[in-house]
Design a binder for this molecule. Structure first.
Ligand SMILES: [Zn+2]
Length: 94
């Protein structure tokens, strides 16, 4: 069984068994949800033509994207180091 979230396919039994995977995966999912939430806000302010809010939200969105990339790399790195047999699963992270 796979856990799907934000383009991530990850072995759920691995996440259940390893506290580091649990923590990293939970953080990654939280940031992914944040990203979708802020992107929704951006669509709204862009539609209303509020340039000031829109550039503030674009900056926020790019900070979230950075955090998401860092977490994704940390997760992939952890899987490679701690679970080399499952390392191929991390290549499905987008
Ligand atoms: Zn792990």
């Amino acid at each position: 069984m796979k856990v799907m979230g934000g383009g991530v396919a990850f072995e759920s039994d691995l996440v259940e068994q390893c506290p580091d995977c649990q923590r990293l995966f939970r953080d990654y999912e939280a940031v992914t949800l944040d990203w979708f939430r802020v992107q929704g806000q951006l669509r709204i302010v862009e539609y209303s033509g509020d340039d000031e809010s829109s550039s503030r939200i674009v900056a926020e969105l790019s900070a979230i994207a950075d955090r998401r990339r860092v977490l994704r790399e940390a997760l992939a790195e952890h899987v490679e180091r701690a679970h080399p047999r499952q390392a191929s699963a991390s290549s499905t992270l987008t």
